[in-house]
Design a protein around this ligand. Structure first.
Ligand code: C2G
Length: 132
């Protein structure tokens, strides 16, 4: 069984997230998604609208996702790849090059981001709509 892993906050789920999850799953048979804890999000300078538990429940409902684990820090990826017997590590290409150190352990794949959508843009649009 070919196992794939990807990481992210996955807040206010949108088609950019769905596209990368679908394409990540197409690279193997089993997809593990590590979602950032609320505490780690704070470290990333992000405040998710949905809590970790809510984001976990939403991700687990997606047909492409087989398992959701927490992402607590930047350093856990090597251990995650080993512990979960991962064959392919996938991230959007906004992270291109950042995780090449994993090449010793697994295939590292950066996929093109979906243009024109982001959680940040959704929040801005909703704020603007409220201020009309
Ligand atoms: N993404 C995408 N297209 C978009 C928006 C996001 O392909 N329009 C991808 C990102 O490239 C990333 C994944 O969706 O691979 C999750 O995006 P975020 O939730 O923004 O995750 P991020 O904050 O980049 O956290 O250790 C890695 C970090 O946890 C990644």
């Amino acid at each position: 069984m070919k196992k794939v892993i990807t990481y992210g906050t996955f807040d206010l789920l949108h088609t950019g997230h769905i596209n990368i999850l679908r394409r990540a799953k197409q690279l193997g048979d089993y997809l593990v998604v590590a979602i950032s804890s609320d505490e780690f999000n704070a470290e990333k300078g992000k405040k998710a609208y949905y809590s970790f538990e809510q984001r976990k429940a939403i991700l687990e409902a997606i047909r492409y996702v087989d398992e959701v684990i927490p992402e607590h820090n930047w350093e856990q990826k090597i251990k995650d790849v080993k512990d979960h017997d991962i064959d392919v590590f996938v991230m959007g290409d906004d992270w291109k090059g950042e995780f090449d150190f994993l090449n010793d352990l697994c295939e590292v794949v950066y996929l093109p981001r979906t243009v024109g959508i982001s959680t940040t843009q959704i929040k801005k649009d909703l704020n603007n709509a409220n201020n009309l």
